[in-house]
Ligand binder design. Structure first.
Ligand SMILES: [Zn+2]
Length: 89
């Protein structure tokens, strides 16, 4: 019973859903860099209409598309592994 269930479930075990989600978000940001900006305080990507950073409450942003794309690629390729590590420590 369990075997059949796992076989019918096409989930890739190599990539956690969170990483896939991050990749999708990164691709979306890279496709529309004008809708986002990068926080100068914590390097988070926030929507362009945000007035302060939801992470660090900073108000200085880099709105250049190149910076946004660079940061999105970074976030997409570097998933929450560092956070997971800290969870295990
Ligand atoms: Zn910030």
């Amino acid at each position: 019973m369990n075997k059949e269930m796992s076989e019918s479930d096409p989930q890739p075990s190599s990539q956690p859903p969170e990483l896939l989600d991050r990749k999708k978000r990164a691709e979306k940001i890279i496709g529309e860099p004008g809708k986002y900006k990068v926080c100068e305080g914590c390097e988070s990507i926030v929507v362009a209409k945000a007035t302060t950073c939801p992470s660090c409450h900073g108000y200085r942003f880099d709105e250049s598309p190149e910076r946004v794309i660079t940061q999105a690629k970074l976030l997409g390729s570097r998933p929450a592994t560092t956070v997971s590590w800290q969870d295990y420590l």
